[in-house]
Write a protein that binds this ligand. Sequence first.
Ligand SMILES: NC(=O)c1ccc[n+]([C@@H]2O[C@H](COP(=O)([O-])OP(=O)(O)OC[C@H]3O[C@@H](n4cnc5c(N)ncnc54)[C@H](O)[C@@H]3O)[C@@H](O)[C@H]2O)c1
Length: 301
Amino acid sequence: MSEVDAEDRSGRWWLDRSDLIGKTAIITGGAGGLGEAITLDLASNGVNIALIDRDEAATKRISKELISRGVEAIVHTGDVRKSDDLDALFEAVADKWKRLDILVNVVGGTFKGAFTEQSERAWDALIRTNLTHVLQATSRAVPAMRAGGRAGSIINITTIEGYRAAPNFAVYSAAKAAVAQFARSLAIELAPEGIRVNNVAPDLAPTPNMLGIGSTEASHPMLNPINIRTSIPMGRLGTPSDISNAVIFLASGLSSYMTGMTLHPDGGTFASAGWLNWPDEGFSNILPSSVLQHYTSPPPS
Ligand SMILES: NC(=O)c1ccc[n+]([C@@H]2O[C@H](COP(=O)([O-])OP(=O)(O)OC[C@H]3O[C@@H](n4cnc5c(N)ncnc54)[C@H](O)[C@@H]3O)[C@@H](O)[C@H]2O)c1
């Protein structure tokens, strides 16, 4: 039973159960894209913020924003792939707050290309950005959470591509799948200490950097309304808030009994697994006749 009186409709239920006020979070890549939304939403829920981001203009912008909101924050410009940069952030958090409750590993990214045409250098870059940085940040966060003695929540931003095939994104897909499996195993190792490890797997929640992937055109095909209606069951693109809502849930006490899991805030694309909502025919997992009629003969195989 909630301790809040059944008649109390003031919102105290949320405050009591979410239990976020006064917590401390580290967000990697917390100044831009999805990271910016996550940082600002954690801050709005009373969480102390520490972030690192390599985009100096973005760190300056978010610093100003956090100051204007009266949020206590540590904002570092740096590269999460560099141990020294991560150490500096974790040390600053230990000095200032002597506790760490939440780690959100946002940094990640990819580029399009056939696996057979990618160099070993390209694989290394993808693995360092999408997998190794998660290991590096997590290995620093766990001792800090233990030292604080108040359990904790670690959240990785993965992607739908870690849970389905992603042709031309094979190494990215493999690295993100590895993060999900790492989280599942670590969740069990840390469960007795109350440190939870979960993932959030977006599909299309356009950010400026993401729109650069796979196309240099100003109007990305992803933004075409017919495409959106056909390929996303809910008929709209995701927004950064759709993703940060899931992160806030996993950071908060509302998910206190969840660990080793992945949330899929994607408008239904992961569940739909190949079913598309065609403009004339509705849902079908094969090409409908209205599309087939445009092809007079099969393409060469
Ligand atoms: N946006 C989407 O639709 C989408 C979909 C699926 C998965 N994702 C995943 O979500 C995460 C964030 O995506 P995004 O679209 O916000 O990307 P983004 O490129 O905008 O990155 C977010 C922030 O991370 C920072 N960053 C990148 N590399 C860094 C590094 N090495 N060190 C420090 N900071 C760094 C960027 O400067 C940026 O401010 C990624 O892990 C991505 O794979 C995003």
